[in-house]
Write a protein that binds this ligand. Structure first.
Ligand code: IPE
Ligand code: IPE
Ligand code: MG
Length: 232
């Protein structure tokens, strides 16, 4: 695929791990485990196509309302993914970023994420941006409080954007959600202002390189007008 035709920033709202497992009469954690494998396939496909920023919504500020054993399982997977896959991406020159309030995560997970953040410090490759305890309302409130702490009395849109967790990234060109759900669930509310939305019926663990190609083709058929007029 031509580098000019791929989005610069693609964001994924992973959904349907539980339903994927249920359809196989398996526990939800089996769906999450296969969801991690799908993440690897999707990140690999995006990077091979030349997409520069890959955002993934992995755990929302609302996901704390799930049963504690599911939360524990999800953070076990996050820690394992950080220690193995993210460490490998780090040595392959990827940049890895996290968005969300990481201070609420289990301490051993925070330690693993800190190690990755240190390891990618001088990297210059594609950005993998993972939302953990991420909620867009929380992100905006943290940004506003940070501006207030800095003595701000009035702020501009760019002042606020500069305090968001995505401060060094462009807005997502396209936001993809799996499993047929058509909502943002508190994901990138500010950054989504002009994003294209693509909804895929497949459950997240079924995503493959071919799914990513399908998404990019669909994105290429969209006309982005940003409030202007259709090109003649
Ligand atoms: C997505 O799959 C993973 C997370 C939100 C952490 P779900 O766990 O939401 O799967 P469904 O929606 O119950 O099928
Ligand atoms: C959205 O999925 C959150 C993440 C992908 C981390 P959910 O499954 O939590 O969203 P809702 O509850 O269906 O809106
Ligand atoms: Mg869900």
């Amino acid at each position: 695929m031509d580098k000019d035709t791929v989005p610069k920033h693609i964001a994924f709202i992973m959904d349907g791990n539980g339903r994927w497992a249920k359809a196989r009469h398996m526990p939800r954690k089996y769906g999450h485990k296969n969801g991690v494998d799908a993440m690897k396939r999707v990140i690999g496909a995006c990077a091979r196509m030349g997409i520069e920023i890959i955002s993934i919504y992995a755990f929302s500020t609302e996901n704390w309302t799930r049963p504690q054993d599911e939360i524990d399982e999800l953070f076990n997977l996050v820690k394992r993914f950080a220690d193995k896959e993210l460490a490998q991406y780090a040595s392959d020159n990827y940049r890895v970023r996290f968005m969300g309030d990481l201070s609420a995560l289990p301490q051993d997970v925070q330690n693993s994420l800190d190690k990755i953040t240190a390891a990618v410090k001088y990297n210059s490759g594609p950005i993998i941006n993972i939302g953990l305890n991420y909620g867009a309302r929380d992100e905006i409130v943290r940004a506003v409080n940070s501006l207030i702490d800095g003595g701000a009395k009035a702020v501009s849109a760019s002042d606020l954007a500069a305090k968001l967790d995505t401060r060094d990234m462009c807005d997502p060109d396209v936001i993809v959600r799996s499993a047929g759900e058509k909502r943002l669930s508190n994901f990138m509310l500010w950054q989504a202002a002009y994003s294209e939305f693509i909804f895929i019926d497949d459950y997240w663990p079924d995503f493959t390189e071919e799914t990513v190609e399908r998404i990019v083709r669909e994105y290429n058929g969209r006309e982005r007008r940003y409030g202007g007029l259709k090109k003649a």
